[in-house]
Design a protein around this ligand. Structure first.
Ligand SMILES: [Cu+2]
Length: 508
């Protein structure tokens, strides 16, 4: 129905225009064609000049009116180092093109007025003017040359990669952004400062980025939900995509780079304004205490007039600047620029993706071995317990936390060897140390069988120690079965605590 109405309206307007045209044709014929044409020329020329003035004033007014909403002006001066250079270059170009814009618009309408068709006026033909040719060729050429040279210098400076020798010294932070429909996966390098390698065939439900777990540099890499960066520090973003073209866009930092599947790109920038400073800038007041940018003092949520104001709730954002599909908009991510201390604090809370989601699962190629830092941690823990037992007069027992057996058998699990190696080391260090290896079970099942199992397990530990060169005279193996629980046998956790291997220091 609406469609039909619109169609009828358009038809009607068309008919009106045709009729008005006919009417003016008729009027010209009645009044005499020549006079009417001259009057029309005069009107059009004057109206043209009026239009020009209104148009140019409108251009200036609208620029001034919306200035504070534009990147680079008002509160939106760049929050990054290179952004200031780019904005400067942009302003310089705007300056020269504005001059050309105003001159050509004025000339266009002024000429239309000055040389309008008049009675007894003959057209003026100017076939050639060398001086004019030189002026309007040379001046734009010089200006263009200057703009291009200046632009190239700034471009090369802004797009420069981090110096190669800094890779070992690492005075910058490297993070990785992977675009996919419809999210950004952000990866931080972890304590080693280096991002691990990826291979697309490794991508799976449990390995969204296709990290190669055999590469140790991957083991501490962190997947984070927001981008947090310290102010003043150089940041290199590795940019890549998993499906279609995306674009890594940080408008407030003038950072923008395509994320291309198969071709890694990068962007290096240095944030200079913290989120808090930018908020202050948006909320700043003039000398009389009135908001400098009133629109930023509106409530952030219109339904909550007393809630935070827009400037208080402001956050930098990462957007995708490529129309990559129907949920393209949902690729927005918040970006926080904070002080060095706040950054360190935030970073300490981030966990390694490998350790939290992959370690010990079937996808973990290191399942049957401990990682260097785990060996170190467990060694420290064992030595602490040993020292405690050595210096105590009453509690001479050390529980071997990481010695485990396959269910129902006396076969040591592969990872038990690390703890037992610590025991061998301790015996080598303390030459007078003699020990009793005690096996314990929970109360599940038959007591006699448990006793036999605990003896076999204690013996298995003793065999291992012996195989590593520990002197048989300095330790004995004993099974206690289920007789000495240290926890309740009513819960799974308690039973787990009761199934254990202990060392008792006999002499030291
Ligand atoms: Cu996208």
């Amino acid at each position: 129905m609406t469609g039909l109405l619109i169609f009828l309206c358009i038809l009607l307007i068309g008919i009106v225009i045709v009729q008005v045209g006919r009417l003016s044709d008729l009027a010209i014929r009645i009044r005499g064609e020549g006079a009417a044409q001259l009057a029309s020329n005069d009107f059009n020329a004057r109206f043209g000049v009026f239009f020009m003035v209104a148009f140019l004033v409108g251009c200036v007014w609208c620029t001034v009116y919306y200035k504070d909403s534009l990147l680079g002006y008002g509160p939106h001066t760049s929050a990054s180092e290179h952004g200031v250079w780019l904005d400067g270059s942009f302003n310089l170009t705007l300056f020269f093109t504005s001059i050309v814009f105003f001159l050509t618009q004025i000339a266009l309408f002024w000429f239309a007025y000055k040389y309008r068709g008049r009675e007894n006026k003959v057209a003026f033909f100017q076939p050639h003017d060398t001086r004019l040719e030189i002026v309007w060729t040379a001046i734009p050429a010089l200006v263009m040359f200057y703009l291009v040279a200046d632009g190239l210098t700034i471009w090369n400076k802004a797009m420069a990669d981090v110096p190669v020798d800094a890779v070992s010294g690492v005075d910058y932070i490297e993070i990785e952004a992977t675009g996919k429909q419809f999210a950004w996966d952000i990866r931080y390098p972890g304590p080693d400062g280096v991002i691990g390698t990826k291979y697309f065939r490794k991508i799976s439900g449990t390995n969204p980025l296709g990290q190669v777990w055999e590469d140790n540099k991957n083991l501490d890499d962190q997947h984070v939900s927001e981008i947090v960066l310290p102010v003043g520090k150089q940041v290199r973003v590795r940019i890549t995509a998993q499906d279609v073209l995306h674009n890594f866009y940080l408008p407030h930092f003038r950072v923008k780079m395509d994320a291309v599947p198969g071709i890694p790109t990068y962007f290096v920038f240095r944030p200079t304004t913290t989120t808090e400073e930018y908020r202050e800038r948006l909320g700043s007041l003039d000398r009389d205490g009135n908001p400098l940018y009133p629109e930023w003092h509106d409530p952030y949520d219109p339904d909550e007039p007393d809630g935070p104001k827009r400037y208080e709730a402001f956050n930098y954002e990462l957007a995708c600047a490529e129309l990559c599909g129907k949920s393209h908009f949902s690729m927005r991510r918040e970006v926080k620029i904070v002080s060095e201390e706040e950054y360190e604090e935030w970073l300490a809370q981030q966990t390694s993706y490998y350790l939290t989601s992959v370690r010990g699962t079937d996808d973990d190629p290191n399942k049957d071995k401990l990682l260097d830092f785990e060996i170190k941690d467990r060694r420290t823990e064992f030595n602490d317990n040993l020292n405690k037992a050595l210096s105590s007069d009453t509690d001479k027992i050390i529980k071997l936390q990481y010695v485990n057996f396959q269910t129902g058998s006396a076969n040591l699990t592969p990872l038990s060897r690390y703890e037992l190696d610590n025991v061998v080391n301790a015996m080598n260090k303390y030459r007078n140390l003699t020990l009793e290896v005690g096996g314990h079970t929970d109360s599940t099942g038959d007591a006699d069988k448990n006793l036999t199992l605990s003896e076999a397990r204690a013996q298995a530990v003793a065999n291992y120690l012996r195989s590593k060169g520990a002197d048989s005279d300095r330790f004995s193996a004993l099974g206690y079965g289920q007789d000495r629980p240290i926890d309740t046998n009513d819960t799974a956790e308690g039973r787990q605590n009761n199934r254990r291997t202990e060392l008792r220091i006999l002499t030291q």
